[in-house]
Design a protein around this ligand. Structure first.
Ligand SMILES: [Zn+2]
Length: 282
C-alpha cells in the first residue's frame, strides 16, 4: 500500500480557483468520491490532508472508509492573520484566538493541527520565501497548546532559519522544507521530526513554461542535494506529493513522488508509518 502524507483532496491538480467554486456552497460529493476512487486505484491506503476552509476534508473523512483509505485531516489550517494561509484556513491575532481555533478543530473532529510558519516560494522570480514567518516562541506556544489537546503539529515551512526555528519548537512534521540547509537536516535527524519534501509540485511543472525553468531547476537541485544528505544521515523522509496541487493529480501524483524519492535512494517506509502512527489525536 502507498502513503500520501501531504495532499489536498478538495483540489484537482489543475485549478485551485475552480476547486473553490466547486465546493463553495457545500462539498461536492461526486468529486470527492471520484478522487477517493482514483486514490484507491493507485493503491493508496493512507492519505493525510493539509486541510481546507470549505469543509471538504472533514466531509471526505466520513466517506474514506468505504474506499479502504485511512484518511486524516486537521479540518482547517491555522495561521497568523496577515501571514500565509488565508486561502486554506482560519486566522488568529493572538494566542487566545489560536487556542480557540485549536479547540474548534478538535470539536470538528481534527486528527492533528496544521500550522503555517512561512509562505511558499516565489516561483515567478528567484524562488525566495514569500511572506513573513512566525518566530520560534510563537511556534513553540502553538505546539504546546496543540499537544495539550492531544494533537501533533504538521508545519508548512520554508527557508533555512524558519525551519530551524520550527524544529526547535517541537513540530512533528516539516512540510515542503524548501531551502533547508545541512544543519537543518541534522536537526531533523536529532529530533526525529519527519520531513515531507513535496517534490512533485516543482518537478512536475519544471519545463512546461508556467514558471522560469532556471528558478525551478535551482530550487530542485538544492532540494535533491539536501534529500540525499537526509538519506545518508538517517533523517526521516516521508512521501507526500501535495496531491491536488497544480500539476499533481490525485493518484498519479503520489506515484510521481515515490519515483522521485526512490531516484534519490530514499527509503520512506519507516517515516510513512511514523506519520500514520503519530498524526492521530492521542
Ligand atoms: Zn500542500
Amino acid at each position: 500500500m502507498k502513503y500520501e502524507c501531504h495532499g489536498h483532496l478538495m483540489a484537482d491538480g489543475v485549478s485551485y480557483q475552480a476547486a473553490v467554486e466547486r465546493h463553495r456552497a457545500a462539498p461536492d460529493e461526486g468529486f470527492v468520491r471520484a478522487a477517493l476512487g482514483e486514490l484507491r486505484s493507485w493503491g493508496i491506503g493512507y492519505f493525510r490532508d493539509g486541510g481546507d476552509k470549505y469543509g471538504v476534508s472533514r466531509f471526505t473523512k466520513t466517506l474514506a472508509a468505504e474506499y479502504a483509505i485511512d484518511y486524516r485531516t486537521p479540518v482547517f489550517i491555522i495561521h497568523r492573520e496577515g501571514y500565509y494561509g488565508h486561502l486554506y484556513g482560519r486566522a488568529y491575532r493572538d494566542m487566545r484566538e489560536a487556542r480557540g481555533l485549536i479547540a474548534d478543530a478538535k470539536t470538528m473532529g481534527a486528527d492533528f493541527v496544521k500550522i503555517t510558519v512561512s509562505g511558499m516560494l516565489d516561483f515567478d522570480t528567484d524562488g525566495s520565501v514569500l511572506y513573513d514567518a512566525i518566530g520560534r516562541d510563537e511556534i513553540h506556544e502553538l505546539v504546546n497548546i496543540a499537544e495539550g489537546e492531544g494533537f501533533r503539529v504538521m508545519a508548512h515551512c520554508n527557508g533555512a532559519e524558519n525551519i530551524k526555528n520550527a524544529l526547535e519548537a517541537g513540530i512533528a512534521s516539516l512540510e515542503h522544507g524548501y531551502w533547508i540547509d545541512k544543519e537543518g537536516v541534522e536537526m531533523l535527524r536529532d529530533t526525529g521530526t519527519v520531513w515531507v519534501p513535496t517534490c512533485a509540485p516543482v518537478k512536475n511543472v519544471l519545463s512546461e513554461g508556467r514558471y522560469p525553468e532556471k528558478t525551478m531547476r535551482r530550487i530542485l537541485a538544492h532540494h535533491a542535494e539536501m534529500l540525499s544528505y537526509a538519506g545518508k544521515t538517517g533523517a526521516l523522509v516521508a512521501s507526500g506529493s501535495d496531491s491536488g496541487a497544480y500539476g499533481v493529480p490525485h493518484g498519479r501524483g503520489t506515484g510521481d513522488e515515490y519515483a522521485y524519492l526512490h531516484e534519490l535512494g530514499i527509503d520512506m517506509a519507516g517515516a510513512n508509518e511514523k506519520i500514520a502512527r503519530l498524526f492521530v489525536r492521542g
